[in-house]
Design a protein around this ligand. Structure first.
Ligand code: RAM
Length: 512
């Protein structure tokens, strides 16, 4: 049976943040057409005001002109008369034009197609229709499947929900590079729409709290809306799911009651949960919460420490292939996960010291020294001048080099050389998610490669903006619109938590 720590759960509930509401009304329609210049092959062009009267077979696409997460309502009326038969409507929601254009019956992905957002509704009476579900979208295709006579549809309105207090968002200083201003705007919208009663990974689909996503969201939130109550809630929620001698689940559901799947334990995510507490404390100086959660962090890190083999290399459990790290196909995980462990330990040692946990700090220092030595010797190939090894079946990946840098295994000119070579090599595995691209930029900054980091932010997140992103996407590989961990792009979330961190870099390192 799954055990929930009631004390931590109660703490999480006490930290449920208030939601803020705003209204968006669709005044315009668009035509969604094939466009070879558009990243996913379809673009939206203005098509005037919504029709006043609709008949069976009519269809139009409303444009709410911003990404919305919230509830939809609209009016159905016909000059005051009764409706002779229900008005049957098909509603199809899209975060990007492609989702509207895509015929859902051709879906061939690995996740359940019920995530694809569409409804058929029957309206029995004239008046305001309010849909109970929460949607995540900018575009809404309305198709009149059947109506007994010409009918009027109007006032399509979304009440948007978020736990982000937008009044806290400080504008970037005058003189900031205009491309960075744009990237920051899109990143802030991404985080805003993923901030609900927890940091959701993507409001279109899972609506789950994932620890890897949480880590980047909480970090980015510090420089945007600064909702430390939400960060606290999320940390407590994960703590409530701890089971003895097992990594925390990588994700959890808040409703109807806290639930999770132990098979979803992800070693790197569990360690990033720990790191999130260190960052939370460094930002808030909230020693009460840090002390409260420290025992969980200590036990979680101990699982990794205990799993080091005779060489000092981590042996993560086989679930999630030993770790997540990135969605790059067939990615090997040992070296990057070793880097995550070191990254976590280096951030957690100051936390332990600040909380007076000196014994733990000493143990962590010794463990870090052992893991570093192992990484420098067994995980590094002198011949290849890269972190390529038998543990990872000699796979050469940017992910491994990046995490070794972030873990402090290699630095300075050596780090620059190793990373640059991996990025330039035609044979190396490259990052596919904004999540992994975050760590790549972090590694560049760690090495003092500020120009390269800036160029990467502009060339990666900036490229999505150029492709018309209102919010940042779950997966993005330049020039490869078909890359999909789910084997079908229509399943992607186009407002994805782990993609919001460009703002963190911009606001922390690149302000004018
Ligand atoms: C997907 C989601 C989520 C991520 C996991 C590992 O389901 O994109 O954000 O954390 O994978």
């Amino acid at each position: 049976m799954k055990y929930t720590n009631e004390y931590y759960l109660q703490k999480a509930e006490q930290n449920t943040p208030p939601l803020f509401y705003s209204t968006a009304q669709a005044e315009k329609t668009v035509r969604i057409e094939e466009d070879s210049n558009a990243f996913f092959g379809y673009a939206a062009t203005p098509a005037g005001a919504p029709p006043e009267v609709v008949r069976t077979g009519d269809s139009f696409v409303l444009d709410f002109e911003r990404h919305c997460v919230g509830r939809l309502s609209f009016r159905v009326w016909d000059d005051g008369r009764y409706i002779d038969a229900p008005v049957r409507l098909k509603l199809k929601f899209g975060e990007v034009p492609y989702e509207i254009a895509r015929d859902h019956s051709t879906y061939h992905g690995s996740l359940c197609p019920s995530w694809l957002t569409e409804e058929i509704i029957n309206v029995d009476m004239i008046g305001t229709v309010s849909l109970p579900r929460r949607y995540s979208f900018r575009y809404l295709e309305v198709t009149v499947v059947a109506t007994p006579r010409p009918t009027r549809l109007s006032e399509f309105t979304v009440v948007c929900e978020t736990s982000a207090d937008e009044s806290k968002l400080t504008p970037l200083p005058a003189g900031t590079d205009s491309q960075l201003v744009e990237i920051d705007r899109v990143a802030a919208a991404t985080l805003r729409d993923c901030m609900q009663s927890a940091y959701e990974d993507g409001p279109k689909r899972d609506r789950r709290l994932w620890s890897g996503d949480l880590y980047l969201q909480a970090l980015t939130d510090q420089v945007l809306f600064d909702n430390s109550m939400l960060a606290r809630r999320c940390l407590y929620l994960f703590a409530a799911c701890e089971e003895e001698n097992r990594y925390l689940p990588g994700c959890l559901y808040q409703y109807p009651t806290l639930s999770f799947d132990y098979e979803m334990d992800i070693s790197d995510y569990a360690m990033l949960f720990c790191t999130a507490l260190a960052d939370y404390y460094a930002h808030t100086k909230d020693a009460e919460t840090a002390k409260d959660l420290f025992p969980v962090v200590k036990r979680q890190m101990q699982i990794s420490i205990d799993s080091m083999d005779e060489n000092g290399v981590i042996t993560p459990p086989k679930s999630w292939n030993g770790g997540f790290i990135d969605w790059a196909p067939k990615l090997q995980h040992i070296t990057p996960v070793q880097g995550v462990m070191l990254y976590a330990l280096h951030r957690l040692i100051p936390l332990a010291e600040a909380l007076g946990e000196t014994e733990t700090a000493t143990l962590w220092k010794q463990s870090a020294a052992r893991a570093t030595k192992a990484a420098q010797t067994v995980l590094f190939s002198k011949e290849k001048d890269a972190f390529v090894n038998a543990y990872d079946q000699y796979q050469y990946s940017v992910q491994a080099q990046t995490w070794m840098i972030l873990g402090g295994v290699i630095g300075g000119e050596d780090g620059k050389r190793v990373l640059t070579k991996a990025l330039q090599s035609a044979d190396s595995v490259k990052p596919v998610t904004p999540y992994m691209n975050h760590y790549l930029v972090a590694a560049m900054l760690e090495l003092g490669m500020k120009d390269e980091a800036l160029a990467h932010i502009k060339g990666y997140w900036g490229e999505m903006v150029k492709h018309g992103a209102d919010t940042f996407w779950e997966v993005f590989v330049k020039g490869q619109p078909d890359v999909s961990p789910y084997n079908d792009v229509s399943m992607h979330s186009f407002c994805h938590a782990w993609s919001c961190s460009a703002s963190y870099f911009i606001r922390k390192y690149f302000l004018a």
